[in-house]
Design a protein around this ligand. Structure first.
Ligand code: FAD
Length: 386
């Protein structure tokens, strides 16, 4: 085991922190109030190359590992920002990298790396399928050199701020499948050319996440935009889950540390009954407890990232990291809000905003119940529960 400080990692943290310092709490607060997208922030991050961290150098990216990518997102959330505005590009891009053709990679990855194109949208979830992805109903029917897509998607984020979307659609009817994990295919959709075939309806959500509902009518996708083999889309998505779980865990860790910092600072400074509130065990111990849980989750996150970067199996660790980190950040959020008393609910303190933002992680991109189901079945050998 080696827990020594890694100079490269420290340098990444410092560089990302410098960018984040240009986008203080007030920036995120105003966007939250206006339900607006952090356009300037995402541009700054892209120009500095951080959103291309996982794109190999031969395609114009930084060629870094998941550990480094996770540090970038961790640092954004720790600064008080919200990685949700841009994190998806990191894990969606992995699907294109692993399963796209050489032509697709040469065509898109360098332009994604340079910021000319954004691949921030991922269209999987549907109202009638929810977590049961193999039940999606959106169809893609091949007609000559195109696929014609019809259907509906829900909770699809950043579509209005993205040039490209990775879309999952059904190419074989569910009833005709012996193996229900087949029959779904992944497509790269050029949103700029979709015209009226995609109607985007913004959803009012608890957090500012640019989340929308999509109504897709006779969308034509060139057959050359199919990723990998037809019918293998669900498998390709599964392949991306470990990376996604590790990156989400890192965002939670960033949030957790932000909450612990703010709670500790406030508990030191706020004086009631003639002494800092942090002198009371009822205030101090919950902060210390939450701190312990965040730090413990962080170790699992690094273990998962380490395994991932070595190309080793990391399903158990990636899922565990996501579970523990999302629970730890939510605990820290609650503690931080409580420590701030009434000010915890005051918008200008940013605690309530971050509180809402971090709550998402126990729900999406994957619900913790499904993470527990994975651990129960695949790690503990328990019967499949769904
Ligand atoms: C802000 C936000 C942004 C999102 N962005 C995107 C996006 O960009 N692209 C995209 O494709 N999706 C996106 N999602 C969708 C997200 O991935 C889904 O919410 C998630 O997949 C779950 O689907 P559902 O909400 O329909 O819940 P359901 O599947 O209906 O589940 C409801 C509840 O039942 C529980 N449950 C269901 N089945 C079981 C079971 N077998 N065992 C135990 N518990 C179970 C779940 O854990 C959950 O608590 C987003 C969601 C949110 C909230």
């Amino acid at each position: 085991m080696d827990f020594s400080r890694d100079e490269n990692h420290e340098a990444i943290r410092a560089a990302v922190r410098d960018i984040c310092a240009r986008f203080p709490d007030s920036y995120w607060r105003q966007l939250d109030r206006a339900s607006a997208y952090p356009e300037q922030f995402v541009r700054a991050l892209t120009e500095a190359g951080w959103l291309a961290a996982l794109i190999p150098e031969e395609y114009g990216g930084a060629g870094l590992g998941i550990t480094e990518a996770s540090i970038i997102l961790d640092e954004i959330n720790r600064s008080g920002g919200n990685s949700g505005a841009c994190h998806a590009q990191m894990y969606i891009m992995g699907t294109l990298l692993r399963h796209g053709s050489e032509r697709q990679k040469r065509e898109y990855l360098p332009r994604i790396a340079s910021g000319e194109l954004r691949l921030q949208a991922f269209g999987v979830t549907e109202p009638n399928a929810g977590s049961e992805t193999t039940r999606i109903q959106t169809t893609a029917v091949r007609k000559g050199d195109r696929y014609i897509v019809n259907g509906q998607k829900v909770f699809i984020s950043r579509v209005q701020h993205s040039d490209l979307m990775l879309l999952l659609a059904r190419t074989t009817p569910y009833e005709q499948l012996a193996d229900k994990t087949r029959g779904l295919s992944l497509f790269l959709v050029d949103l700029r050319r979709a015209g009226t075939a995609i109607t985007v309806r913004p959803l009012e959500m608890m957090i500012n996440h640019a989340t929308t509902e999509l109504f897709i009518t006779d969308l034509e996708i060139p057959a050359e935009n199919l990723i990998g083999e037809e019918g293998m889309g669900f498998r390709y998505i599964l392949d991306g889950w470990n990376a996604e779980r590790i990156l989400i865990a890192a965002e939670c860790i960033g949030d957790g540390r932000w909450f612990i910092d703010r709670a500790s600072r406030y508990a030191r400074e706020r004086v009631v009954f003639g002494r800092p509130i942090g002198a009371n065990q009822g205030v101090q111990f919950p902060i210390a407890q939450a701190y312990g849980h965040v730090e413990a989750a962080d170790l699992v996150r690094y273990k998962a990232a380490w395994l991932f970067d070595r190309g080793e199996q990391c399903g158990a660790e990636a899922n565990l990291a996501k579970l523990l980190a999302s629970e730890a950040s939510w605990e820290a959020a609650n503690v931080c809000l409580t420590v701030h008393g009434g000010y915890g609910l005051a918008v200008e303190y940013d605690v309530e905003r971050k509180f809402r933002e971090t709550r998402l992680y126990t729900v999406a991109p994957v619900n913790n119940n499904l993470v527990l189901a994975y651990l129960g079945q695949h790690v503990l050998g328990l019967p499949r529960s769904y």
